[in-house]
Design a protein around this ligand. Sequence first.
Ligand SMILES: [Zn+2]
Length: 348
Amino acid sequence: MRAFYHPDQAVHSPQQFMRYGKFVPIKDSPVRTERLLGALARHGITPELPAEHGTAPALTVHTAAYVRFLETAWENWAKLPDHGPEVWPQYFPYWSGRVEETARPDCPATGFIGQVGWYLGDLSVPMGPDSWRSILRSSETAVTAADAILAGDRSAYALCRPSGHHARADRGTGFCYLNNSAIAAQRLRSRFKKVAIIDVDIHHGDGTQQIFYTRPDVLTISIHGDPIDFVPFYTGFANETGYGEGEGCNLNLPLAAGAGGAEMNAALDKAIAAVRAFGADALVVALGFDAHRDDPIGIFKLDAKDFGSVGSKMQSPDLPTLVVQEGGYGIDAIQDCLDSFLTGFSKT
Ligand SMILES: [Zn+2]
């Protein structure tokens, strides 16, 4: 299987995020990619550099105003007097929380501070001077891997960092800025009529859900910790099934805290049955490893070997499959998780 990664994805080095009322070191450290590259090496896979695509692919699922904001955020931040080391929001606009809203209007404020609050939705998406470079490269990695599938490869792996699945059409949250999985799925639509996304990151793929929520051509499925008491809290419930033409094209499979491999496997069986019923022509796997028992912000109890089973099951729909890296913050666990996933994925 070909894999894609650009070293520029490691230059985004956020310093802190807010947890339980304290600023703590951010979990999305660049060392994550080193561990994931180590797992690829175990399988004899040398990642290829992604092609440069610029922002055009991102603009197929994100609003122009939001992408422009990200692109110029540091430049504008640096003009502020006595500014801190990273772009941080200090105001949070009201949002109705209606799941059928696929985007809001552009930010009504032209002032930069107002825009930071509008476009960066929580306290875990700081942006430093090099962040945009990593964000753009991460999206290009997903796009280039999608292009490999479009050119006939049966599978491809995009080692994306920063992750993407919390990024909505017009807002970044949860360590995510551009939605790599959604951008890739949209890219695949140029050849494949129906694309399914299965997201196994422990956090609900709220951005991905929102982007495709009213569409009948992309099935979004997420297996995650029950948002009743877990990030991202406000969406990810089982009764969110799509809206309008997209009704029936979103499947949320929340699991209770403490879920392990057996629960994940049972949920995956439901997910794959849904992919078959939908008649998908291609599959995107949004692959997080934060369901591992040692993850510092997770609530599940999967072992590394359980991701072998995830990999194996992802082959069962027998579709062209693009694997996009999402979260996973147990630094000493994620290499084994990816190793195990690749073993399971290549066995069947
Ligand atoms: Zn996650």
